[in-house]
Design a protein around this ligand. Structure first.
Ligand SMILES: *Cc1c(COP(=O)(O)O)cnc(C)c1O
Length: 411
C-alpha cells in the first residue's frame, strides 16, 4: 500500500512549500500541469502568475482572508468524531465539516481568496463558469459581499436543469449568461468565459472553481483550500494527541476539496491519501467519471493532466449522479498523485454512493452532498484497523441534492 512505498519526494522545492507533490515554478506536478493556453490569453495568465504568490504572502492579504474565512464563511469548521459511524465500520472516523461553511460547501474558501486577489490586482469585474451552479453561487456570493460586478456563464441545458441555483445567483445580483453552442453544458460555458476574458484582459478576473485550468490556478486554488488541512492538523492534535491521521479521504471532481484536505500531508508518507472518484453506472459502463481508471494524458482547460478521451483524443462526456463529480479530468496535482502511487484511487458507483449517504444520515444525523457520499462508500471497499484514524472531508451538505435523494429512495 501507499504507506510503505518509496516516493521520489524532492527535498525542498523553493516554490511549492517543501516537496515533490506541490507545483513547481512553472506549475508542474511531475509531468502534469503547466499552462497550455492560446496566445491571446497569455497576458492575463502571466499577470496572475507574476503576482499571486507575492500578494498571498502579504500580511495585509492574509489578515483579510483569515478574517473573512472566520467571520463570513464560519471557519474553523469542526472536526467531528463520528461515533456511530466509527462503531459500525470498526475504525476511528473523523469528519471535517466543510458542509457547515457558508453556502454549504468548501467552494467558498476559494472564491473568498480569489475575490481578494482580484481586488488587489485592481480588477472590478468577475467572470466564472458553472455546471451544476455550485461554483456560480459561491462566486456570486462573494461578488455581492464585495460589491463587484459578476457574470456567470452556464450552459443552456444546465440552466434548465439547475433552476434553484440560477435563481440564487440572480438574487445575489449576478448576471447568468447562457452558453448556446455545442452540447450547451459546462465545457461550452468554459469556452464562453475564456472568450470573455480574452476580450476583457484589463478589468476582469476569471474565478476558476477547482484545482484545474492553466498555471497558476491549480496551485492558487490548492493554497486557498489548504486551510482545511491546516485546521485538521491542530484539531487532531487536540483530540488524538497527533497532527497526522493514518488516512485522509476525499471525493475528487476537479479535486479542490481533496487538494485542501491533503495539502499539509502530501509530503508525510505516513499519512495514506485516498481519492474517491465517481464510477457512475460502473467503470466500464460508458457512463462514469472515473478518470484515474479510464483517463489518458491529454490537455484540458489549459492543463496537461489525465482525462477521459476517445482513441483519437476527443473528450468523453462524463457521467455521475452527482453534478460536482461529473468532470472528464482531474487537476494535475491528482494526476501526479495517481501516477506516482502516492494516493490510492477508488471509484464508487452511483448506487454505492447513495447507500453510503443514507447510512451517514441515519447514523450521524448529517445528510451529505452526493459528491461526499462517494467518499463515505470506501468502507465497503477497504478495511481499516480498529485504531486507525481516518479523516473524511465532508465537502458539502445534501440540501441541494434532496430531489435526487427523493427520486432514488422514493422518499
Ligand atoms: C463542487 C463540489 C465537489 C467537487 O469539486 P472538487 O473541486 O473536486 O472539490 C465536491 N463536493 C461538493 C460538495 C461540491 O460542491
Amino acid at each position: 500500500m501507499t504507506k510503505n512505498m518509496k516516493h521520489n519526494i524532492k527535498k525542498s522545492s523553493p516554490f511549492g512549500g517543501g516537496g515533490g507533490f506541490h507545483a513547481d515554478e512553472r506549475g508542474y506536478y511531475g509531468e502534469f500541469g503547466g499552462a497550455y493556453i492560446p496566445e491571446m490569453l497569455y497576458p492575463n495568465c502571466e499577470e496572475l502568475r507574476q503576482n499571486y504568490l507575492k500578494i498571498m504572502e502579504t500580511e495585509d492579504f492574509q489578515k483579510e482572508f483569515k478574517q473573512l474565512l472566520r467571520d463570513y464563511a464560519g471557519r474553523p469548521t469542526p472536526l467531528y468524531f463520528a461515533k456511530r459511524l466509527s462503531e459500525t465500520h470498526g475504525t476511528k472516523i473523523y469528519l471535517k465539516r466543510e458542509d457547515l461553511c457558508h453556502t454549504g460547501a468548501h467552494k467558498v474558501n476559494n472564491t473568498i481568496g480569489q475575490i481578494l486577489m482580484a481586488k488587489k490586482l485592481g480588477k472590478n469585474r468577475i467572470i466564472a463558469e458553472t455546471g451544476a451552479g455550485q461554483h456560480g453561487v459561491a462566486t456570486a456570493t462573494v461578488c455581492a459581499l464585495m460589491g463587484i460586478e459578476c457574470v456567470v456563464y452556464m450552459g443552456e441545458i444546465d440552466i434548465a436543469r439547475q433552476a434553484p441555483n440560477v435563481a440564487r445567483m440572480k438574487m445575489l445580483g449576478a448576471e447568468v449568461r447562457p452558453a448556446k453552442s455545442g452540447s450547451r453544458t459546462l465545457k461550452d460555458a468554459t469556452n464562453e468565459a475564456i472568450r470573455d476574458w480574452i476580450n476583457n484582459p484589463v478589468d476582469t478576473h476569471y474565478i476558476i472553481g477547482s484545482v484545474v485550468g492553466p498555471h497558476p490556478y491549480p496551485d492558487m486554488v490548492a493554497r486557498f483550500q489548504s486551510v482545511i488541512s491546516e485546521e485538521i492538523k491542530w484539531q487532531l492534535q487536540e483530540k488524538e494527541g497527533r497532527e497526522h491521521p493514518d488516512y485522509v479521504v476525499a471525493c475528487v471532481g476537479g479535486g479542490s476539496n481533496a487538494a485542501g484536505a491533503y495539502y499539509h500531508y502530501l509530503d508525510k508518507e505516513a499519512v495514506g491519501i485516498i481519492a474517491v472518484e465517481a464510477a457512475g453506472k460502473g467503470i466500464h459502463s460508458g457512463e462514469s467519471a472515473a478518470t484515474s481508471a479510464l483517463g489518458k494524458v491529454g490537455i484540458i482547460h489549459g492543463s496537461k493532466t489525465l482525462l477521459m478521451q476517445t482513441d483519437d483524443g476527443q473528450i468523453t462526456e462524463p457521467y455521475s449522479i452527482s453534478a460536482g463529480l461529473d468532470y472528464p479530468g482531474v487537476g494535475p496535482m491528482h494526476a501526479h498523485l495517481f501516477k506516482s502511487g502516492r494516493a490510492e484511487f477508488i471509484s464508487i458507483t452511483d448506487d454505492k454512493a447513495m447507500q453510503a449517504g443514507l447510512e451517514v444520515a441515519k447514523l450521524e444525523g448529517i445528510i451529505p452532498a452526493i459528491e461526499t457520499s462517494h467518499a463515505f462508500a470506501i468502507f465497503d471497499h477497504k478495511k481499516f484497523d480498529t485504531d486507525d484514524v481516518v479523516v473524511i472531508n465532508l465537502s458539502g451538505r445534501g440540501d441541494k441534492d434532496l430531489d435526487t435523494y427523493i427520486d432514488y429512495f422514493n422518499l
